[in-house]
Design a protein around this ligand. Structure first.
Ligand code: NAD
Length: 483
C-alpha cells in the first residue's frame, strides 16, 4: 500500500510544512524500503504549536466555553472519525512500525474505546464541599491545566498518543502531540480526526520531530502546563529535569522488566499462552512485556517445553500479504541491540532453548526469532535490563518467598503476572509485589477504565481511568466568608 495519508504538521487547525522546510523519510521494517516522507518539526514549529494551543486554552476561547457535555460529544465524534479509518490507520501503523495489521488493529480499537470512555467523564469532573469551622462556604473545583505536551515512543505510536490525549481533552486541556521520528505517521491521523470532529483550531496539534530538538523544546517550554511522556527511563529522567525548570508537571510511563510468577498448581496451558503473548506480541517491543519467567522448579521443564513449542510455531512475517503472526522489530539498530543482548546472555551462562538469531528464510526485514533463554539467574544482564525484543529469560524458584524476592529484585515495577489456582496465594502474592499493576491468570491486559503505570524506574503518575482525570486537572479551593 502506497502511503496517501497526512504528511504535514497539524498546527492551529492547518496542515503546514515545517518552518525550516525539513522533512523526514520513514522506512517499512518488513521490507527495508522507503514508505513515506513527512514534515519534520523543529524548535520554531514547537513554539508555533504551543502558541496555538495556548490561545485555544485561553479564558473565553471557544474550547473553554464549550459545555462539558458538548466537549464529551466532540470526543465521541473523534472516536467515530478514528473508527471510520480503522483499517487505514492499522495498515499505516503496520508499514511504519512493523507490527502486523492485526496487532495494529488492537491498538486502534483501544484508542476508540479510550476516547469513548473519557468522553463520559467530561460532565463528571466534580469538586467537593469542605466542612470548615465558622460561617463559611468552602469548596473545591476541578480545572483544566492548560496546554499539555504528549511525547510518544515508537512501539505503540497511535495508542500511546491517544492514551494521554483523550483524558487531556476530556478535562478541557489543549494538546501538542510529538510522535517519535521513527514512527511519525499514525499520530497525524489525530489531526484529521480533530478536523472531522469539528474541534476548534489549536486544541489538537501534531508535530512529528526528533526527540533531541522538538521533544526537548516541548518539555522545556514555559507555557506547557503538563508533559505526558512515554518512553525510555533514560529519556524520561531528562524530560523530568527539563520540565522541572518551569515547575511543569509530568506523567512518566517508562520501561519495564515484567515477571511472571508461575506456581506449581497453575494451569500450565493458560500460563504458556499468556507468557507467549506477553513476550512475542509486538515482537516483544512492549514496556509491559513479561520478559522474566519465574517458574517453580517442579513445573519448569513442562512449562518451558510448552512455551518453546509456541515460539517455534509462530509464523514470522509482515501479516500484510502473508500469514505472519510476529512482525519484524522496528529498525536495524533495534535488531542489533536485541542480538547483542542474546549474545551477552549466552556469554554470562544462559542457554538458548529456542531462537536466538535471525530467521534464515527472510531475505529482507528486521526479523528476530522468538527466543527463550534458560539457565538464567536474576543478576544476569538479560534478567535486569529491558531488551525490548522477543526474548524471554527463564529463572527457576523453589518457594513462594523466593519467587516474590526475585520478582521485586528489579529496577523496574510495571506489570507483573501471577499464575496460580490458589485464591489465597493470588492475593497474598499480589499484595507483596512492588509493581504498579498485577494480573492474575491473564497477561498482558489493560482497559481504558484501569490505571496504567509503574513503580521505581518504570515511572511516576498513572494513565487511564480515574487516575488520569486527576492527572490532567488541578484542584482549586474556594473559601467564602458568609458574613
Ligand atoms: P525514547 O525514550 O527513546 O523516546 C520516546 C520519545 O521521547 C520519542 O518521541 C523521542 O523522540 C522523545 N525524545 C527523545 N529524546 C528526547 C529529549 N531529550 N527530550 C524530549 N523528548 C525526547 O523511547 P523509545 O525508544 O521511543 O520507546 C521505547 C521505550 O518506551 C522503552 O523503554 C519502553 O519500555 C518505553 N515505553 C513505556 C510505556 C509505558 O506505558 N510505561 C509504553 C511504551 C513504551
Amino acid at each position: 500500500m502506497e502511503y496517501s495519508g497526512p504528511s504535514e504538521l497539524y498546527v492551529d487547525g492547518e496542515w503546514t510544512d515545517a518552518v525550516s522546510g525539513e522533512t523526514l523519510q520513514t522506512f517499512d521494517p518488513a521490507t527495508e524500503t522507503e514508505y513515506a516522507t513527512v514534515a519534520l518539526a523543529g524548535e520554531e514549529d514547537v513554539r508555533r504549536a504551543v502558541d496555538a494551543a495556548s490561545r485555544a486554552a485561553e479564558r473565553g476561547s471557544e474550547w473553554t466555553e464549550l459545555d462539558p457535555a458538548e466537549r464529551g460529544a466532540a470526543l465521541r465524534r473523534m472516536a467515530d472519525a478514528i473508527e471510520e479509518r480503522k483499517d487505514e490507520i492499522s495498515l499505516v501503523e503496520s508499514h511504519d512500525n512493523g507490527k502486523t495489521p492485526f496487532e495494529a488493529g488492537m491498538e486502534v480499537q483501544m484508542v476508540i474505546d479510550t476516547f469513548r470512555y473519557f468522553a463520559g467523564w467530561t460532565d463528571k469532573l466534580t469538586g467537593e464541599h469542605n466542612p470548615v469551622p465558622g460561617d463559611r462556604l468552602n469548596y473545591t473545583t476541578r480545572e483544566p491545566l492548560g496546554v499539555t505536551g504528549h511525547i510518544v515512543p515508537w512501539n505503540y505510536p497511535f495508542q500511546l498518543a491517544g492514551r494521554s490525549l483523550a483524558p487531556a481533552l476530556a478535562c478541557g486541556n489543549t494538546a501538542v502531540v510529538k510522535p517519535s521520528s521513527q514512527t511519525p505517521l499514525s499520530a497525524l491521523y489525530y489531526g484529521l480526526a480533530a478536523e472531522e470532529a469539528g474541534l476548534p483550531d489549536g486544541v489538537v496539534n501534531v508535530i512529528p520531530g526528533s526527540g533531541s530538538e522538538a521533544g526537548a523544546a516541548l518539555a522545556e517550554h514555559d507555557d506547557v502546563a503538563h508533559v505526558a511522556f512515554t518512553g525510555s527511563t533514560e529519556i524520561g529522567k531528562r524530560v523530568m529535569a527539563d520540565a522541572a525548570q518551569n515547575v511543569t508537571g509530568v506523567t512518566l510511563e517508562l520501561g519495564g522488566k515484567g515477571p511472571h510468577l508461575v506456581f506449581p498448581e497453575a494451569d500450565l496451558g493458560a500460563a504458556a499462552k499468556g507468557i507467549h503473548y506477553g513476550i512475542f506480541m509486538n515482537a516483544g517491543q512492549m514496556c509491559w512485556a513479561g520478559s522474566r519467567l519465574l517458574v517453580h522448579e517442579d513445573v519448569a521443564d513442562e512449562l518451558v517445553e510448552r512455551v518453546v513449542e509456541g515460539a517455534e510455531s509462530t509464523p514470522l512475517g509482515s501479516g500484510i500479504d502473508d500469514d505472519g503472526r510476529m512482525g519484524p522489530v522496528v529498525s536495524e539498530d533495534q535488531r542489533e541491540q536485541i542480538l547483542d543482548y542474546i549474545q551477552t546472555g549466552v556469554d554470562e551462562g544462559a542457554t538458548v532453548a529456542c531462537g536466538g538469531g535471525v530467521p534464515e528464510d527472510k531475505e529482507s526485514g528486521y526479523f528476530v526469532e522468538p527466543t527463550v533463554l534458560t539457565d538464567v539467574t536474576n543478576d544476569m544482564t538479560v534478567a535486569r535490563e529491558e531488551i525490548f525484543g522477543p526474548v524471554l529469560s527463564v529463572i527457576e524458584f523453589s518457594d513462594e518467598e523466593e519467587a516474590i524476592e526475585l520478582a521485586n529484585d528489579s529496577p523496574y515495577g510495571l506489570l507483573s503476572g501471577i499464575w496460580t489456582e490458589q485464591l489465597s496465594r493470588a492475593h497474598r502474592v499480589a499484595d507483596a509485589l512492588d509493581y504498579g499493576m498485577v494480573s492474575v491468570n491473564e497477561y498482558p491486559v489493560t482497559f481504558p477504565q484501569t490505571p496504567f503505570g509503574g513503580t521505581k524506574e518504570s515511572g511516576s503518575g498513572r494513565e487511564q481511568g480515574l487516575e488520569a482525570v486527576r492527572e490532567y486537572t488541578q484542584t482549586k479551593n474556594v473559601n467564602v466568608k458568609l458574613d
